[in-house]
Design a binder for this molecule. Structure first.
Ligand code: MRU
Length: 347
């Protein structure tokens, strides 16, 4: 099993995802500053994994605070939260995990030392819960996958795998469960320009576990569907609005349009912590824009002449009407039914 974020010997170990698949390097994170940097530079990435990492980042920040005065401690913890919130804007799991850690700090009675201890326990709980959640998402996906043929070829975009979560994955969780149950013929993975999470990370995970995988470039998906090669698409999400509109890696929206045109079911697999019930629709989801170097340079090679302008949005929003079902740890729902879960999730 692949675990991208581990608490060990008083520090956080992260698999450096910027170096896969060529090198498997584990980095040790000892401070909230280093954790913020690791999230920003995508050493750790993927919405649920960012949430878990941020939770540990909050504990590391709490540990650095020197005062034993409760209200001063809480004030300084808010600064740690600000630092971590400023790393990546789209994945709501980051904000969800930070809020949960702050709530824990405020609600824990006792000394500052006791609050710190409780914060570590909460970060570990967020980590463990995410793993269980992903396993449930994977198994819930089995119920909604097409019944025929018996062995399916699925297509995914980006990496919504073990690397993007506490382990097991959301979209790749469905793929893993289908593989375990003998329902998967093969996974097609979009390479996912510009950062190539599909080519570098999704294929790496599949190879680790012997799941048959075929890599295609993003612009091959329509051709593959037209040829009948794809039975269903399964992707993850970074933030889902209350109406079911879902933000995910750039290119997901066009994939959903292509799937609709070819009558291929399109599933979004995500934990309920990815649903932002405060946003009524996807137009309110903040979209991260990243450094254009990601699109104009490959390795040391410049792809364009001087004088070109660039636009590099890292995510797009797939409208709810293009989504067949949203697969969560509580089961699979039509996007429009998600709102019914609001009370239950808030409780
Ligand atoms: O920019 P990234 O690599 O963090 O983007 C990741 C994705 O878009 C994933 O599909 C999403 O976070 C879901 S991860 C289970």
């Amino acid at each position: 099993m692949i675990y991208p974020v581990i608490w060990q010997n008083n520090s956080v170990l992260l698999i450096d995802q910027t170096r896969l698949p060529n090198e498997y390097v584990v980095v040790e994170i000892h401070s909230s500053e280093d954790m913020a940097q690791a999230i920003k530079t995508m050493i750790v990435r993927g919405a649920p994994a960012i949430g878990v990492a941020a939770a540990y980042g909050m504990y590391l920040g709490a540990r650095e605070i020197q005062t034993s005065d409760r209200s001063k401690f809480l004030q300084q913890l808010e600064k740690v939260a600000e630092l971590l919130r400023a790393t990546r804007p789209t994945a709501v799991n980051l904000f969800w995990a930070i809020s949960r850690m702050l709530k824990t700090a405020h609600e824990t009675l006792g000394t500052v030392a006791q609050i710190k201890e409780k914060l570590l326990q909460t970060a570990q709980a967020i980590n463990a819960e995410d793993l269980q959640t992903c396993q449930a998402i994977g198994d819930n996906g089995l119920a909604v996958l097409p019944k025929t043929p018996e062995k399916l070829t699925l297509l995914t975009h980006c990496n919504a795998g073990a690397l993007a979560t506490a382990g097991y994955g959301t979209a790749l969780g469905v793929v893993r469960s289908a593989w375990r149950e003998g329902r998967l013929e093969r996974l097609f993975a979009d390479e996912t320009r510009p950062r190539l999470q599909g080519a570098k990370l999704t294929t790496w995970e599949c190879v680790q576990e012997g799941i048959p995988v075929t890599l295609i470039t993003d612009n091959m998906a329509a051709h593959c569907m037209k040829q009948g090669l794809i039975h269903a698409v399964v992707v993850g999400a970074d933030r889902i609005a209350a109406n079911g509109d879902a933000a995910n890696k750039i290119g997901t929206y066009s994939l959903a349009i292509i799937a609709k045109a070819h009558h291929v079911p399109f599933f979004v697999a995500a934990p309920l912590s990815t649903v932002d019930f405060e946003l009524s629709n996807g137009s309110q989801i903040p979209i991260e824009e990243r450094n254009p170097v990601e699109i104009y340079q490959v390795g040391d090679t410049m792809l364009t002449p001087l004088g070109v302008e660039f636009y590099n949005p890292a995510f797009d929003v797939t409208p709810a009407e293009l989504i067949t079902a949203i697969i969560t740890e509580n089961g699979a729902f039509a996007p429009g039914d998600l709102i019914k879960l609001q009370k239950q999730f808030a409780a």
